[in-house]
Structures are given as structure tokens and as C-alpha cells.
Design a protein around this ligand. Sequence first.
Ligand code: GLU
Length: 436
Amino acid sequence: MKTDQIPAPEQNPDEPIDKKENLFEVAEKQLERAFKVVQLDESLQTIVKQPKNEIIIHFPVRLTSGKIQLFKGYRVQHNNVLGPFKGGMRYHHNVYLDECKALAAWMTWKCALQNIPFGGGKGGVKFDPSAHNMEDLERITRRFTHALGTNIGPEWDIPAPDVGTNSQTMDWMMDTYSNMVSMSDKQAVKRVVTGKSIVCGGSPGREEATGRGIVHCINQWALEKRFSLPGSTLAVQGFGNVGSNTAQILSRMGVSLIAVGDHTGYWRHPEGFNPYKISEYVRAHRSLQGYPGGQSISRDEFFATKCDIFVPAALELQITEKEAKIMNCKVVVEGANGPTDIDGENLLLSRGIDIIPDILANSGGVIVSYYEWLQNKRSETWDIEDVRSRLETRMSSTYQLVSEKARFLKVDTRTACYAIALERLQQVYTRRGIWP
Ligand code: GLU
């Protein structure tokens, strides 16, 4: 190994590099709010406030340039009392420890809320994937998986795609992991990750699942509010997997996408964009930068766009007090994890804008991850119709359960989601206790 290479600059993993707020503080405040309204044992409060394990790994990778670069990888395992740790792996230059802690906790609540037998985890690697070619991405993924070793496992901790990763990343992870176990276990460990490509054991309908789940929530919301979706308007921030699937499915229901944007810019089109064309453009250019349709607008103009449904499907902490003040929509449906901070949420609610919170709205992804894991475990392949109808049933019934809970407790929807999730965890802790 050459030793004259300069490693990547060290950053404090506890600090977000370009955010004013720390995501874990937002997660803590949400939890505190739930503890105030739900009668929970103090001991449960103590247990779930912090994750069980926080793993940080530095691993060197020989890149195609010939250089050896040191990467920083994370895996936070929040809770596994309901089942194996479960959650995405994120590739982004701003991945930091407290972000993974918040995202891992949200996975615990998300799985508990949906009553699927998984706990919560999240991790990733701090680097910009768009600055690397495919060969480098493969090397980074394989080295990361190897460095994680038995910290992941099909009955222990099951990664999935997240920001900056996709089915190809999962295929590499699965392949690397299965080459680390004995020959006779290779097939059995396929389910160490979900969100794989279909040919490598992924589930039909996994890729569209988060977007589809969001649409089921919007449908339920519309039924509840007696709101007619055909002819209504939509704004979407972020046009990756979640944003694009949501906009495409809604467009088939007559919902018009009138504003769109990502970290490269924002666009408006009063007559409506074609979401399929935008997806194609984003696939080819990796972002919306230079999109030729519609009218280019500022970030503030985007948030102030009058529309019915607003879907933040980019990164966290996008809706603070500043944005909440100018937003002009009926409902915010959180496709991203943690897009709204505490002040932003309070202001939206006081302005009568509904919020369908992340742990409910975007849970379609992990639900179909569970279906993929089950299919792998049973050596089955389900039809897409089967996956879709199971997803719809589960999303709709959980939505209704949350609505009832919110009415019963007289709380906001997010707190109602937390209440359901925490009560499920409490039941298990009460029976099992802590030992030794
Ligand atoms: N990363 C997705 C999420 O935040 C999916 C997780 C999974 O499928 O395990 O929910």
C-alpha cells in the first residue's frame, strides 16, 4: 500500500457541517412532546432516548485514480426490541453522527407504528457520491460493507437504500456480505439488505413503494377532509426516487405538479409539469440543474407557491419558521425524513396547515423492505399486485389508526404516531423486562 497519500480531512462527526440545527435535537424534542401526552414508564423514556450502538468506522479505499482515500462510515443501531435493526444507508457529504442517531430513532418509531417486526437503524458514508464514478462507488461500498463486518446481518441489522444510494448499492452490499460467510450460508444471507434489484432478490414494487405510500396517505387525508384530488395542485422539493414516484402516481390521478426544485434550483409551471419528463431529465443529469421547462424561481418563491399539497422529498430541516411563514398549501406530506423543524411545525399547525409526518408518510419504503425480507426468507417471489395491495391496506389502516389516536388524545398527527409506536414498545418492555 502506498503511504504517501493524503487522507480525507477529519471532521467532527458530531457536528453538521452546513446546518444551523442539529437533527438529533429535533428528534429529542419530538420525543419529549410525546412523553408529555402519553403515559409511559419513566424507564422506557430512559431507554429510548439514546441509541443502543453507535458505530464509526474509518476505512481506506483505493480509488480508480490510484489514490488511497480514507472514508468515514457510520451505523447507528437505535433499538431492536421489536426485531432486527432496520434502516437506510446514506451517501452524502454531510452525513454526521447526530443525524444518523435521529434517523435511526425515527426508523424505530416508523417500524413500530406500522407494526412490522423491525427495530431502527441508520448509517452511511460521509462523501459526495456524485463526485465519483461507478467503479469508485462499488469499491467504496464493498470496502464499507467489509469494514462493517458482522455489525450487519440478516437477523441483526438490515440496511436499505436512502439518500445517495440505490438498488445497485444494495446489490454490492449483499454480494460482499455473502462472500464473507461460509459457502453454505450464501443464499440464506441475501436478506442482509433490502432494496436490491429484482434480479438480485429485490421485491417488485420496492422502488416505487415510498412514493406509493405517500399517495395512499394523501388519499386518506383527502377522504377525511372531503377534498377532491383531481384538479388539485402539487409542489415537490427533491426529485429523486421518492419525489418522482409521488409526482408520477399523483399525476395519473389528475393532480398537477406546478412547482418543483432541488438543491440546484426551483421551477414553476402554472399549467403543470410532466413528471415523467422531469424524472428522465434528473436521471440523465443527476439533478434538476438547467431544466428547460417552466419558469425559474427563487427558493422563497417556491415555498410561497399557492398549492394544495406540498411534498418535501429532499433532505432534512427544510421547513423552518421562515418557510412555514410563507407556505401556502393545505397539507405538508413529509416524504423526506425530518424535513420540518420544531418551530416550522408549530407555525404550520397554528396556520391550519395539516402535516402528515415522515414516520407515517414515507413508511411505504420500509414496509415493502419487510415484504422483500420475507420473500427472501421464504424463497418466494410475490406479484407486484400483491405487494401493492398489501401496502395499500397497511398504509390506509395505519393512517386511520393515527387519525383516531390524534382525535382521542387531542394532539397533532406526529405526536399521535409517536404515541402508537411508544405504546407498542412499552408493551414489549413491560413483559420482557431488562435482564440481567
Ligand atoms: N431509507 C428508507 C427510510 O428512511 C427505507 C428504509 C428501509 O427500507 O429499511 O425509511
